[in-house]
Design a protein around this ligand. Structure first.
Ligand code: PLP
Length: 370
């Protein structure tokens, strides 16, 4: 049985987790959590130990992204998915434009479309595997961009259009993998279980002064909004290093460990180079391979956060993923709704570039023997 094909030990990566989220949390990071013993876990999020942890995470994010004065790091519960709903209540005045080129960008567009208090959305579409160009539209007050479409492995260029509409960037899987110029966004939001080697449940947002002003304006207008989706409440709480309701303390702890590691090695320059090295390895391998090709045809759009690799018809990618899984190499399956004969491989900073190299050798080994 091919499921029982055993990959030789000397080919295996040092860590077999290649999922796009929840993603690999390095063992030392998990050990640090265990070692933290009674200092954080099981203590009040309204007391100094946890509030200081939140404060450290916020200031490390500010440094990591080199945020200009006036930009604020906000956080609250619910992850990036909840942030879309919060944005529909608390950040979009009337009408938003969405660049749609995958499942995640499409979900935010749908959330905005359904909000009864908004007056519709402008959707700019591109085929999956590519990305659309932004179309300047004076009738919209927010542009919704996605830095990395995790469902397709497209990393899109970011730019700020003319006018004073806000630019909100879903950076859930991009943040931490690639350099970004804060002047192009008003909100750069993400979840900790992707490039930050932490766990889920929280969203982080880097907010410009204009974005904070928008939140306050909409609040002052008296629009109904549930408290959990009211970003003005997130602003108040974040400023006090708290969240409106109880956050996952382990998520915050792991996030802080990863941020300290990134900082120690040189910040975003270090992480983006490391991700670029992994990307060069996987795409280079696929281009040389007789059976694999990068799904994203334009090399400039190939993600250095998440790589999508198509397989030739005669190779069953699902079978390859299953065999890898039986050998402890997990979560290389493609995004479920994309429906391609493909593997999807995370290239996040926590993943050692030499493990990406090892993974390609394991795939070759499996495919030769299937
Ligand atoms: C994972 C992901 C999300 C959803 O994040 P959650 O934390 O699960 O809500 C949204 N957008 C992108 C681009 C993602 O990769």
């Amino acid at each position: 049985m091919t499921d029982h094909l055993t990959i030789p030990d000397d080919l295996l990566p040092s860590d077999g987790r290649f999922g796009s989220g929840p993603s690999k949390v390095p063992v030392p990071t998990l050990e640090a959590l265990a070692d933290s013993s009674t200092s954080i876990m099981g203590t009040s999020h309204r007391r100094p130990a946890v509030k200081n942890l939140v404060g450290t995470v916020r200031s490390r994010l500010k440094d990591l992204f080199n945020l200009p004065d006036g930009y604020e790091v906000l956080l609250s519960n619910g992850g990036a998915t909840l942030f879309w709903d919060a944005a529909a209540f608390s950040l979009i005045n009337a009408k938003s434009e969405h660049l749609v080129f995958g499942e995640f960008s499409s979900k935010f567009a749908t959330a905005a479309k359904k909000a009864p208090h908004l007056s519709g959305v402008v959707e700019v579409n591109a085929d999956y595997g590519s990305c659309p160009d932004l179309v300047e539209d004076p009738s919209v007050d927010l542009y919704a961009l996605t830095h990395n479409e995790t469902s397709t492995g497209v990393m899109a260029p970011l730019s700020r259009p003319a006018g004073d509409a806000l630019v909100a960037v879903d950076a859930t899987s991009a943040a931490g993998t690639v350099m970004v110029d804060p002047s192009v966004f008003d909100v750069y939001y993400f979840s900790p279980q992707k490039a930050f080697a932490s766990d889920g449940g929280i969203w982080f947002g880097l907010f410009s002064p204009a974005a904070i002003a928008r939140v306050e304006e909409i609040k002052a207008s008296g629009r109904y909004m549930p408290s959990s989706l009211d970003l003005s409440i997130a602003v108040q709480n974040s400023r006090e290093n708290q969240t409106y309701n109880t956050p996952a303390l382990a998520t915050l702890f792991l996030m802080n460990e990863t941020l300290a590691w990134m900082e120690l090695h040189g910040g975003l320059e270090f992480t983006s180079k490391r991700c670029a090295a992994s990307a060069a390895t996987i795409y280079g391998w696929a281009e040389r391979s007789a059976f694999a090709t990068p799904y994203v045809t334009d090399p400039k759009l190939r993600s250095q956060a998440v790589a999508t690799i198509d397989f030739a018809e005669q190779v069953d990618a699902a079978q390859v993923a299953k065999t890898l899984r039986a050998n402890g190499i997990v979560d290389t399956e493609p995004y479920r709704k994309l429906g391609r004969n493909q593997l999807r491989i995370a290239l996040f900073p926590a993943i050692d570039p030499t493990d990406i190299e090892a993974l390609t050798a394991c795939i070759d080994y499996v495919v030769e023997r299937l």
